[in-house]
Design a binder for this molecule. Structure first.
Ligand SMILES: [Zn+2]
Length: 430
C-alpha cells in the first residue's frame, strides 16, 4: 500500500481544516502573525450564571492575544459583537470606594488645570453609573455621559446625570455635537481598551472636541501588564492593550497630539494621557512625554521580542498558582475567593480553577449575589459569608484592590485566615 503523500500540515501534526484568513490589526491594518499569549477558550466575563441557567451550555471564545509586528498594538480579534457584551453590563463603578475616590480627585484636578466652569461641557465616554460625572455636577460644571449599557446608564440618569445610551464613534460624535455642542473636556476611563473600532472611536473624539479642548483617557499600561505578569487583565471585553508609544501613534493618525502623561497605580498600573488638537499650540508638550517614551524603550517595549517572551511567563504563573492550591487542598485547608471581576474570569478559566479549589467567592455588587462565575460556576455570595465560614485562605481576584480588600477584611486574622494574591506570582500576604 502506498503511503498517502505528506502535506506540510500533516507532517507537522497540525490539522487546520482550511487556512483561514488571518485577522488584520485594528489600528494599522497589517496582518496579525505573532502571538502575545494564548489563554485558550474563555466565556464572556460579565455573563454571570443564574441558578436556573446551571444546566445550560455557555459559549466560549478563543482568548488569544496577538501583537502587531508593524505598530506593536497588542490586541484580540473581535469574536463577539460589542452589543452582546456591553448592553447589560454588571459592573457598577460606584461599588468600589477607592475608584469613586480616584474619580473625585480627578475632577478636582481637571476643574483646576483646565479652568472648567458653568460655561464648559464635560463629556465622559462610558460614563457607567455616573460615579465620576456626579463630582462635576456637584461643582456646577455641565456634563453629558455616553454609556451603551442601558441598566447602568439608567442608574446615572436616576442620579440626575444626563446620559445618552449609545456606543461612541464618529456617528455619536456628530449627534452629540449637534444636540449639545462641542466638548471642552472629553474623558474616558478604561474605555479605550474596550473599543473594537479604535480608529472610528478616536476620530469621533477629534470631531467632538472643541477648539482648545482636552481629551484625557486612562487605560492599563501594557508595560505594567508585561512586567507584572497581569495576564488576567486580558479578556474578551478588552480588545486593545497599549504602550504609550502605540497610543501616541493612534492619536496622531487622527490629528491629536499627546501633550502630557501621568502614571497611575490604578488597575495594576495605568496611564492617564492628555491630548489636544494638533494645531492647539497654546498647550506645550510636557517633558513627561519624552521621558516615558525613553523608559518604554529602555524596557524593550518598542521591540517585538519583548512581546514574544510573555507567553511562557504566563504558563509558569499558572503552574505556581495551581501548585499552591493543590498543596493547600491536600493539607485540608479551605480556600475561597474574594471578588468576581472580569480578571477573575480569565484567571479561573485559564487555570481551570472551579469549586474543586475555591468553595465560593464573594462580591460587594448585589447584582452578582446568588449567581455563579462564568465558565467555572463558582457560587458568588455576600462578603459576610467569609466571617460565617472562616476559611483558611481568601484568594483576592481583583488584586488591584488588594489594599482596600485586606483593610476591610482584617478580621479574617481572628481565626488565622490569610489573604492570597495570584499575580504577579502567587503570594500569601503577611
Ligand atoms: Zn498594527
Amino acid at each position: 500500500m502506498k503511503p498517502a503523500p505528506q502535506t506540510p500540515e500533516s507532517a507537522s501534526g497540525h490539522h487546520h481544516p482550511a487556512a483561514r484568513d488571518r485577522a488584520a490589526c485594528r489600528f494599522c491594518g497589517a496582518t496579525l502573525t505573532d502571538t502575545f499569549v494564548d489563554l485558550g477558550l474563555s466565556p464572556l466575563c460579565q455573563n454571570h450564571i443564574e441558578p436556573d441557567q446551571l444546566n445550560h451550555m455557555e459559549p466560549f471564545y478563543p482568548l488569544h492575544a496577538w501583537v502587531c509586528r508593524q505598530c506593536l498594538l497588542v490586541q484580540l480579534e473581535e469574536y463577539v459583537a460589542p452589543g452582546e457584551i456591553f448592553s447589560d453590563y454588571a459592573y457598577f463603578s460606584s461599588y468600589s470606594d477607592s475608584w469613586v475616590e480616584h474619580a473625585r480627585r480627578y475632577t478636582e484636578m481637571a476643574i483646576e488645570r483646565f479652568g472648567l466652569g458653568p460655561d464648559s461641557r464635560v463629556v465622559e465616554l462610558a460614563s457607567n453609573d455616573g460615579y465620576l460625572l456626579q463630582h462635576f455636577v456637584a461643582r456646577g460644571v455641565p456634563v453629558l455621559g455616553i454609556e451603551p449599557a442601558g441598566n447602568v446608564a439608567q442608574a446615572a440618569i436616576d442620579k440626575g446625570i444626563p446620559t445618552e445610551v449609545r456606543f461612541f464613534g464618529t456617528e455619536t460624535a456628530d449627534f452629540v455635537r449637534g444636540e449639545h455642542g462641542p466638548a471642552n473636556l472629553i474623558l474616558g476611563n478604561n474605555v479605550l481598551a474596550h473599543v473594537p473600532d479604535l480608529n472610528d472611536f478616536v476620530a469621533g473624539m477629534k470631531r467632538l472636541l472643541a477648539p482648545g479642548g482636552v481629551i484625557t483617557m486612562e487605560f492599563p499600561h501594557l508595560a505594567r501588564l508585561i512586567e507584572e505578569n497581569q495576564f488576567d487583565t486580558i479578556y474578551h471585553e478588552h480588545f486593545s492593550y497599549f504602550s504609550f508609544r502605540t497610543v501616541i501613534d493612534v492619536f496622531a493618525a487622527h490629528g491629536l497630539t499627546m501633550f502630557d502623561v501621568e502614571e497611575l497605580p490604578t488597575h495594576g498600573g495605568s496611564l492617564r494621557i492628555f491630548a489636544r488638537h494638533d494645531d492647539d499650540e497654546a498647550r506645550a508638550v510636557s517633558d513627561n512625554v519624552a521621558g516615558l517614551l525613553t523608559r518604554e524603550r529602555d524596557e524593550g517595549l518598542h521591540e517585538i521580542d519583548t512581546y514574544l517572551r510573555f507567553g511562557p511567563k504566563v504558563e509558569e504563573t499558572k503552574r505556581r498558582l495551581l501548585a499552591f492550591l493543590i498543596e493547600a487542598r491536600d493539607a485540608g485547608k479551605r480556600v475561597v475567593g474574594y471578588g468576581a471581576p472580569g480578571k477573575g474570569n480569565t484567571l479561573l478559566n485559564y487555570c481551570g480553577i472551579r469549586q474543586d479549589f475555591l468553595d465560593y467567592t464573594v462580591d460587594r455588587s448585589p447584582h452578582k449575589y446568588g449567581r455563579y462565575t462564568p465558565g467555572t460556576r463558582i457560587p458568588i455570595h455576600h462578603p459576610d459569608r467569609i466571617a460565617e465560614t472562616r476559611p483558611d485562605y481568601v484568594l483576592i481576584l481583583p488584586w488591584n484592590l488588594k489594599d482596600e480588600i485586606t483593610a476591610k477584611g482584617a478580621h479574617i486574622r481572628e481565626w488565622g485566615g490569610r489573604f492570597v494574591v495570584p499575580i504577579p506570582t502567587v503570594e500569601v500576604l503577611p
